[in-house]
Write a protein that binds this ligand. Structure first.
Ligand code: TRP
Length: 335
């Protein structure tokens, strides 16, 4: 059987340049390999944990789906769906909750960080303000993965612990009932660049330093001009290390273009001019995708159709597997 690769994106907000370079582009490239079966989904139930704005939860599906499709995801070749359309996922979530040690969840990084925040604030109740959604986040993620019996899960390093937990939960189920689940492995791509943002820190929504992916040309230019640089004058040679401007350029350029840009910096190109070169490069790469994106955003019913189609494909895997799982725990029809 082919390797099953599965990954999800939490849908809160609109993807930025860092998401594209760090996750979307490599995932789409990997999905073009015909040796693997790829599953991509929009984790809107996970979205509910952080985002309490119904309109944003709703809109994020549209912008994230449109981004992936515009970036070239082939929804015929891969299985592309919305988490909430796969009813087997929350069903399995519950079954897995009954196979998950509470102590395991106590050790989750996100939960521990929230507890620490309370302690730091001198709040006596360490669980103050913490909801069960945050606490049980890793179980739902395990359900996402195990409902497809996926083998490989490409994620960022921050998700490694979640994969360990998914394996733990799967192993407990297998041991207690029947060996149904593969133990999924994390797939970390060390070559994928982590893009820096406008201020030189890692590009992240929480730092407010992102460059949007599909803003119009004028706005894109304006944002590029805001990239923080050092105070070296035109004519002074500029280094490429810790220059987010160079780093972003390199993430979009061919090897020859990258070298030429490196030389131009060494030769003392003015920062303003370098920003213009970066803008031109980004715009050349992004313009065709932006056009597709704008089209899709204007026709949400087309995206809905694509997602429904994906859900049908996905449930061909999850529905029979859930029958087997439920039967293994003793939930089956009387006869
Ligand atoms: N937790 C992942 C993230 O924040 C998103 C996610 C949810 C996911 N379910 C998943 C990723 C299942 C891989 C597999 O990046």
């Amino acid at each position: 059987m082919k390797q099953r690769i599965l990954t999800g994106v939490t849908t809160t907000g609109t993807p930025h340049l860092g998401n594209y370079v760090g996750a979307i582009r490599p995932a789409i490239l990997a999905s073009q390999n015909s040796e693997v079966d790829s599953f991509f989904f929009l984790a809107n139930y996970h979205g509910l944990i952080k985002c309490k704005d119904p309109e944003l939860i709703h809109q994020s599906i549209l912008s994230v789906a449109a981004t992936w499709l515009a970036a070239g995801l082939d929804y015929e070749k891969v299985t592309f769906y919305r988490q909430s359309d796969i009813i087997e996922v929350p069903e399995l979530n519950w079954i897995l909750t009954t196979c998950c040690a509470k102590g395991l969840m106590n050790r989750a990084h996100a939960y521990k960080a929230a507890v620490q925040e309370n302690l730091d604030k001198g709040i006596n109740d360490v669980d103050h303000g913490i909801e069960m959604g945050l606490y049980c986040y890793p179980v739902l993620m395990a359900a996402d993965i195990l409902a497809f019996n996926a083998n490989l899960v490409p994620v960022g390093k921050d998700q490694i612990q979640h994969l360990e937990m998914a394996r733990d939960i799967a192993a407990r189920f297998n041991h207690r009932y029947q060996p149904i689940f593969n133990l999924p492995e994390v797939l970390i791509d060390e070559d994928t660049p982590l893009l820096s943002g406008l201020d030189g820190r890692k590009m992240s929504k929480s730092y407010g330093n992102t460059i949007p992916l599909f803003e119009n040309e004028k706005k894109l230019r304006k944002i590029i001009m805001k990239i923080v640089t050092n105070s070296l004058e035109p004519g002074e040679p500029k280094a490429t290390d810790d220059s987010s401007l160079y780093e972003i350029y390199a993430a979009f350029a061919t090897e020859d273009e990258r070298k030429a840009f490196e030389n131009a910096l060494k030769d003392g190109i003015a920062w303003g001019e370098a920003k213009q070169v970066l803008f031109q490069k980004l715009n050349d790469v992004l313009a065709p995708m932006r056009e597709k994106y704008e089209y899709l955003i204007a026709y949400p019913n087309e995206i809905e159709e694509i997602l429904q189609y994906g859900a049908q494909k996905a449930r061909k895997v999850t529905a029979p597997l859930l029958q087997e799982i439920k039967s293994a725990v003793g939930i089956r029809i009387l006869k």
